[in-house]
Ligand binder design. Structure first.
Ligand SMILES: Nc1ncnc2c1ncn2[C@@H]1O[C@H](COP(=O)(O)OP(=O)(O)OP(=O)(O)O)[C@@H](O)[C@H]1O
Ligand SMILES: [Mg+2]
Length: 270
């Protein structure tokens, strides 16, 4: 299988901080990370707060030059030169962050937001553009009429679905989802997870799914990696095997799974 992403020997620290007349060097945020992602697969990245997940996500997106190591996206070294990323790579690499409001221009309508990547990368007729935008709105569980609304007229969960529609519009090769669905209610979380799985199977999209929700990760991911203090402490292509791991960070995540109903507690204790 082809790797869409190859991260090797990646380390990062956020530079120096001046505090009065002292200069403090930040301790490393990432230490010697090597991780691969196969085409058409979803890699779940979990770990406690501050473990370095978002930093790794930003480096993979070409947004943060690492102190050491390399990132190959489809064989292209993202940090080989000081020039920005080639346009073709940018098209194939999309992101949905947790903060849905800061990701959009408040003056644009949902249809304009979703249509932006289509306008930038594809030359579609007006009718085809409307059709594609309508289809994308419906895919994420919004109505075609919602395309006329501005960000302030949506709830957080609805606006996040606009962001997801924009990210999938070009059927990119890799989408980094950083805590992107945690603001959605359960019904829409399931709907988006189903949609992501369908796109993965139909179009070979790959995902880096950063989350605190191990159950959501297990439902969609082909591989799960767990980070602790800047290191990958668990990485397996058998998501179920998290239950067998002896590593304290993995055990802590697994023990955080709550029963669906209090009566399940007796079942869990057995
Ligand atoms: N721009 C920055 N400048 C300095 N330090 C930073 C910066 N961004 C993150 N850090 C530090 O890097 C470490 C890792 O942060 P990161 O946001 O990658 O963690 P995370 O695993 O995504 O956490 P969370 O689950 O809370 O989102 C933290 O100690 C954080 O304080
Ligand atoms: Mg984060």
């Amino acid at each position: 299988m082809l790797n869409v992403l190859q991260v090797s020997g990646l380390s990062h620290s956020y530079g120096k901080r001046r505090w009065w007349n002292r200069t403090e060097t930040h301790s490393p945020v990432l230490e010697d990370i090597s991780i691969d992602l196969e085409k058409g697969c979803c890699l779940g990245l979990l770990g406690s707060s501050g473990a370095g997940k978002s930093t790794l996500g930003k480096i993979i997106l070409g947004l943060q030059r690492p102190s050491k190591g390399q990132v190959l996206f489809e064989g292209c070294n993202l940090y080989s030169t000081n020039r920005g990323m080639p346009k073709s790579v940018r098209r194939d690499l999309q992101v949905v962050f947790q903060d849905c409001y800061s990701a959009v221009n408040p003056m644009m309508t949902a249809a304009q937001i979703i249509g932006e990547p289509l306008r930038n990368y594809e030359s579609l007729s007006l009718a085809e553009m409307h059709r594609r935008i309508g289809e994308l709105l419906e895919q994420v569980g919004l109505r075609v009429e919602d395309g006329a609304k501005r960000p302030e007229q949506f709830s957080g969960g609805q606006l996040q679905r606009v962001n997801i529609a924009r990210a999938i519009a070009l059927k990119p090769k890799l989408i980094v989802l950083d805590e992107s669905i945690s603001s959605l209610d359960m019904v829409h979380q399931v709907r988006i997870l189903d949609l992501l799985t369908e796109l993965k199977e139909k179009h070979g999209l790959s995902y880096l799914f950063i989350t605190h929700d191990i159950q959501a990760a297990m439902s969609i991911c082909d591989r799960i990696a767990i980070m602790e203090q800047g290191r990958v402490v668990y990485n397996s292509d058998d998501p179920e095997s998290v239950f067998l791991s002896d590593h304290p960070a993995v055990k802590q995540l697994v023990s955080a799974i709550l029963p669906n109903h209090p009566s399940d507690l007796t079942y869990r204790d057995n």
